[in-house]
Design a protein around this ligand. Sequence first.
Ligand code: C2E
Ligand code: MG
Ligand code: MG
Length: 620
Amino acid sequence: MNQPEPPADRRAAEREPTLSVLLVEADQLAAERLFEVLGAAPAQRFEITHVQRIEEGLQKLHAARFDVLLLDLAIEESVGLESLHRARVAADTLPIVMLTYQGDADLALRATRAGAHDVLIKGESTPALIARSLVHAVERYRMMAELREAKQRHWFLANHDPLTALKNRTALLESARTALARAQRHGEQLAVFFLDLDGFKPVNDNLGHATGDELLIDVAKRLQRIRPKRDVVARFGGDEFVVVAMGVTDREAAIRLAEALRDEIERPYHVGGAECFISASVGVALFPEDGTDADELIRRADTAMYAAKDSGRNAVRSFENAMDEETHERFELVNGLREAIRAGDLVLEFQPQIDVVQERIVGAETLVRWQHVTRGLVAPNEFIGLAEDTGMMVGLGEWILRSACIIASGWTSLPDIRVAVNISGRQLEQRDFPSRVRGILDESGLAPGRLELELTESVAAQDSAMRALAELHEAGIRVAIDDFGTGYSSLALLKQLPADLLKIDQSFVHDAVSRNSGAVILDAIVRMARGLDLEVVAEGVETLEEMDLLLGLGCHQLQGYLLGKPTPKSDFESAVTAPDATWRLPIERPEAWSPLSREELLAKPSEPEILGDDALPVLK
Ligand code: C2E
Ligand code: MG
Ligand code: MG
């Protein structure tokens, strides 16, 4: 059965909330008429508070909240709109509807300009008109407030970083300019600090982006807490922050401030339910000594920050003029490298890895060089880091891998040797790295077992890298730990890594002949590798003495200038297959040089000798 319809006025009352009206009306009779009129309004309920004088009205405005003010304008004050002005000042966010006896267009206009939302003529306004005017005034006001809020929100978003609510780059520049102008006027110094978190990416990768975000928010809060309100604190980019500090007395004071910022960031964080640590590299630039405009100062603080990073992170460096030259050179180098990649000016060389006991070449390491127009062959150490920092490494690395696989698949006279390719951490950051490698193998026709990926311990130890390596290893691709001994040298870690081979860093090889302790360390590394069932290659073997020592320790896969320098692909195959190949010669040495004969070495047992589980100290 249908419910009976409620009466029309009850329906309206249920629909519309009551509007609270403050009525300022000197004439008691007129006020009563209005009560009647509004009480009978068909579509809206009003709750009316009536006062006769504007003073009382102002008191009520202070004491309570109203939706709208209905203000009678006495004839005598219609020129000055006195009470309207006073009401506007007392309640600047309240919509006001005026009542007047005069149907004067000029007065209506002036009242509107002075802040009235509507002007009603007494005697001419029907109850419905008055009610509608009040409702519209409230509604219009609400829309305007929303608009104002939207504008404020828009302004906030345009000037702030949504994650940390710190100023963004645009607002930083504007605030820094204002601060500089003030410092100039008062003859004060000002310091700009550029902070970049060290190792933020691994936090993001290993603990997840939500935790990374939490950490950034915490860093922002700490920076704000430690600096006075008048300083500017901004998020410049991903993990970069800029602080502009006023009234800094001299460079020493600025450096002390930078150290305080760094120390604050270094305190432990409790994010994502775990305790975590991060440090920052801080660059400092001073106004007016290091620059007079905001862009320049920020750029120079950034340059100093790079110098801090280079000096080993968690460091503070103050800007020096020489740094600008370095930055310029770096800029030239980055542009040059980009162009070189495009123009195909990067070339590959191959360096043999020899099993000197079996007198057999077992592998070749691929080493990239830059064929520079004026500088000749540029070594990879000069540009790999640059490529990594500027996003070029992934493309470059893939080109190297593809080229190496294609070239190696064409080594018909060396069908069994493996080709080693150095892999950058940036490449392993790609989620689809394993499938890309498999794609390259398919394309080149190289058997998976002939490809060996060389990674440093620190790269291989990342969680995501470990997963990718396990997948690649599963597919039969070999994994080598490069420069072993210069990173964590953690036995626990080594046991987890899906590795086949360990490459001993050349510094240990050189140290072994120059220092007694060096030989002990080398011995320990070789034993450890054998204990973990890993093959070993010693890098950078330059002398017969080094080779003998390594052979004596049971390491017979060697790589180094003594056995063959890196050579372009055109020479590599003929060089290593030639009967007088360099690596065949040193073995023809006087027998007395060798602590063990070749036969003895071949017979040397290689049972695993498991060492303790503790991390070795950093072996450097
Ligand atoms: P690495 O992978 O440890 O490579 C061995 C380095 O030792 C090579 O330097 C090689 O030329 C050098 N070397 C070999 N034998 C001797 C020797 O007897 N004495 C001395 N003093 N040095 C020797 P290179 O070619 O300058 O490469 C340096 C590093 O650059 C490499 O170290 C590797 O980390 C990186 N690199 C080279 N090519 C690539 C590449 O294609 N991709 C990536 N990601 N990194 C590469
Ligand atoms: Mg290598
Ligand atoms: Mg190496």
